[in-house]
Write a protein that binds this ligand. Structure first.
Ligand code: HEC
Ligand code: HEC
Ligand code: HEC
Ligand code: HEC
Length: 201
């Protein structure tokens, strides 16, 4: 029995050590993307490629002839695009020649890790705010290197509107807490208890 418990403990300790080292190597594997503001201040952006399910795209697309026609797509892709009021299509942002990259309005290839530069083609003001810290979110604290999230961390480029969320219910009233005694009352009553017992005549 003790032997069993001992080996179970060892196994558990081994698992903990393994998962800690896994977490560390994962953190090291994140290669931040260097950027600079127009006035030269350096900042870093969290990469996105590692988050994508279908990357590298060429694994399928090298076999499929590109089809620029606007149409309802079949699996595996989203069948519809809810962005840009039907004025834009997949190939506005996805490079038709190099399927592993994005493209901006100048027709230049843009890496998936630099998606914000694609958004910037049309949302220049928002991109400017993001670059200077007025939009989006910074990781870590306010000291040291400035690391921020890229636009698709929060906006799905295919349905970018942020959906409204129902507010969380308020926390429950904590029962059984010792309340301080009211100077004039023998027993302290909560507001609703007082309202109930108040004589309004
Ligand atoms: C599992 C295979 C597969 C992978 C991986 C894949 N695609 Fe596709 N993709 C397809 C198929 C199949 C179609 C055609 C669907 C249709 O015609 O309805 C398609 C169509 C498209 C289209 C429409 C334009 C065209 O040429 O048909 C775009 C844009 C696209 N894919 C982008 C991507 C991007 C970007 C990636 C990588 C992030 C990717 N795909 C990865 C299978 C794939
Ligand atoms: C406004 C620009 C834009 C348009 C239009 C657009 N995409 Fe994308 N797409 C992106 C960006 C940016 C990403 C990377 C998202 C991320 O980092 O999570 C992406 C990611 C993808 C992926 C990879 C998703 C994954 O998790 O692997 C596929 C597949 C894809 N797009 C297909 C399409 C198809 C098909 C269309 C047209 C119906 C389309 N996109 C239209 C910008 C766009
Ligand atoms: C080719 C131009 C173009 C590009 C590139 C583009 N957008 Fe848009 N986007 C639009 C237009 C036009 C609208 C307004 C129409 C609409 O609401 O769909 C819009 C609307 C939006 C909205 C607001 C939707 C709302 O609720 O009003 C968000 C958020 C957004 N885009 C995010 C992005 C992000 C993130 C990227 C980069 C991945 C991006 N856009 C790239 C043209 C673009
Ligand atoms: C940390 C998350 C986050 C990041 C990163 C982020 N956004 Fe947003 N964005 C939001 C939220 C939250 C809103 C407010 C949504 C609302 O008010 O309905 C918003 C609003 C917007 C809107 C206006 C939508 C509207 O309803 O008027 C646009 C356009 C937009 N973002 C584009 C971008 C672009 C472009 C980038 C990258 C350069 C970006 N965002 C980065 C969270 C983010």
């Amino acid at each position: 029995m003790t032997l069993f418990a001992g080996s179970a403990l060892l196994l558990w300790a081994g698992l903990v050590v393994w998962s800690v080292s896994l977490a560390q190597s994962e953190a090291e594997a994140v290669e931040l993307v260097r950027n600079t503001t127009p006035d030269g201040a350096e900042f870093w952006v969290m990469p996105r490629k590692s988050e994508l399910t279908y990357y590298p795209c060429a694994q399928c697309h090298k076999l499929i002839p590109p089809n620029p026609e606007v149409r309802k797509l079949f699996s595996p892709h989203p069948s519809e695009l809810d962005h840009g009021d039907e004025r834009i299509w997949c190939l506005t942002c996805h490079d038709i020649e190099d399927r592993n990259t994005l493209t901006n309005l100048l027709g230049e290839s843009v890496d998936f890790d630099r998606a914000a530069e694609v958004c910037a083609s049309c949302h220049m003001q928002r991109h400017q705010d993001w670059m200077f810290g007025g939009h989006g979110k910074r990781r870590g604290d306010w000291q040291g290197e400035r690391v921020i999230y890229s636009c698709p961390q929060c906006h799905d480029p295919h349905t970018p509107t942020i959906k409204p969320r129902a507010p969380k219910p308020p926390p429950p009233v904590r029962k059984g807490l010792a309340r301080p005694l009211h100077p004039e009352a023998e027993e302290y009553l909560s507001v609703w208890e007082r309202l109930e017992s108040d004589d309004h005549d």
